[in-house]
Design a protein. Sequence first.
Length: 285
Amino acid sequence: MNYIKQYHLLIEKADKRNYEIFGISYNDSKKIKKQKMNTANVYVEEHHIIPKCICQDESSENLILLLPEEHFVAHQLLMKIYKEFPELIFACIRMTHSTKYTIRNNKCYSWIRVKFAKNQSVNRKGKKHSEETKQKISEASKRMWQNLEYRQIMSERMMGENNPFYGKTHSPEFIQKVKEYNKLHFSGENNPMFGKTHTKEAREKISSKNEPPVTCPHCGKTGGSRIMKRWHFEKCLQNSNSDNNEQKRKTGKQKQLTCPHCRTTGGASGIKRYHFDHCKYYHNE
């Protein structure tokens, strides 16, 4: 296939359509740079006809507006035409990260991923991030998590039906496999603490964090305050005054509660532990 010819045909087709929709040719595409969503509700993306990695030409003559699927195909053709430029592979792989406007098939995506993987294995082999780069990545990650809006978005992505494990449970066979794996890799000599003991300083630190043991007034059990507060006192199954325990004894299910701060709904035990006064959005209101 003549990839250069196909690329030029794609550019000419887009130029003709842009003239029909916008009444303007690609030479004037900068005038409509901010009109990506026009009155016809057609989404278009700006494309460099000659890639920037080959020619740093930002003039209007080197710009054209393409539909997202055309933009994706254009970059695939450029990858085939200019095989010696790894930047084009990276640009194409970035376009596969979001499919809101770009439609791809499995073979097409596989081909791009393989090309990208081969390029990375050659260019990144034996290389490591410098300490300065690691520090920049760390600081950028911390800044992201300090953004409450970003944290809210990331939290909602995994809530309720958005969680890929929503409504599912592990099968007995899978649970058994996990137990066998842990026994094989984390027991005996495979345990990281095998044959080792905590130092005196480490034991003192652990001890200082542990609060005095407490006793549940309903069942008489004694233990660390954190675990006891989680499962006993008001939540104790022997507590006859607890509405949640009464419902659990009757139906086998916990009472459902909703956090007033983040609107998360779940079993009373978990919601009381992680939400209400303990909710991460409680102090932001």
